[in-house]
Write a protein that binds this ligand. Sequence first.
Ligand SMILES: Nc1nc2c(ncn2[C@@H]2O[C@H](COP(=O)(O)OP(=O)(O)O)[C@@H](O)[C@H]2O)c(=O)[nH]1
Ligand SMILES: [Mg+2]
Length: 324
Amino acid sequence: MRDIGLVGVPFSGKSTLFRALTRAGSHGGQANVAVVPVPDPRLGVLTDMERSKKTVPAQVRFVDVPGGTSSAQGLAKLRESDALAVVVRSFGVDRAPARELADVRSELLLADLGVLESALEKGLKRAKGRPGPDVHALQRAKDALDAERPLRDAGLDDQELAHLKGIAALTLKPEVVIANLEEGDELPAELSDAVGVYASIEAETTEMEPEEARALLEEFGVSEPGLDRVIAAGYGALELITFLTTGDDETRAWEVRRGARAPEAAGVIHTDLERGFIRAEVISYDELVAIGSMEAAKASGKLRVEGKDYVVQEGDILHVRFAV
Ligand SMILES: Nc1nc2c(ncn2[C@@H]2O[C@H](COP(=O)(O)OP(=O)(O)O)[C@@H](O)[C@H]2O)c(=O)[nH]1
Ligand SMILES: [Mg+2]
């Protein structure tokens, strides 16, 4: 499971959003960690189709980082996250969400610069006048940050990125922007790429019966709850793909790195399936829905047989053949 760290200036609504997420299905654990099921309408369709006894969604973990970018401890927590969700305040008369976003981004950039400067200094000392590729990579990264460019936009190649692994750079992490909106407001034009949410309403309504919640949302002129979109956008930023398994036992969503081949995906289900991988029978979700059932797909020869080199696609339904 991957971690998404909430980051933002104080009072942007991180903890409020976190409370909403917690009630959306947290399994307890630490006070500032919410494990949230990733909404996926395909799961319901497959569950009905195959009459699965169980439905298991993918999950993602949101972390409300105490101290945020202003404490060493907060920064360390953010560095452990797989993606960042920047929460900006877009409510209240004095709101300035675009400036707030720029401020948070420059704090993240400065934090990376601090770490890079000391790594570069150490690297140069170690190199004794003969800097290797590791030092060059650090220097290139530092140059980008000096020019106020986040590292994800610095055009670093895979080898350079490998040399930067130990830094766990914040500006390399995928980022999603969440605008915490004034009740009933639309997303401001300058933040058109952000996901809008009404954090305080969401935090209230997640405790209510669905009808009661809908009535309250309507009262505020909110047509659609945004929490699902926050979860989906966070999960989307992680650069994962979802593949599915389905049968009468269970319908389940699994996550794997984009670009992974069939054995790696099989290994997400169980290490035995990767070790003993023989082949995978594959059909896309859309094709399966068009055919109507796994049985019909099998009978009509529509399950493709794929080997070790097959690159798994978003929405693939896999059936792994293995022997250990
Ligand atoms: N009006 C309004 N107030 C909010 C909203 N979200 C949070 N707040 C209030 O803003 C304050 C700071 O929120 P909090 O979640 O603690 O911010 P944090 O410092 O980012 O964790 C609290 O008093 C919240 O009740 C919102 O969507 N609308
Ligand atoms: Mg807080």
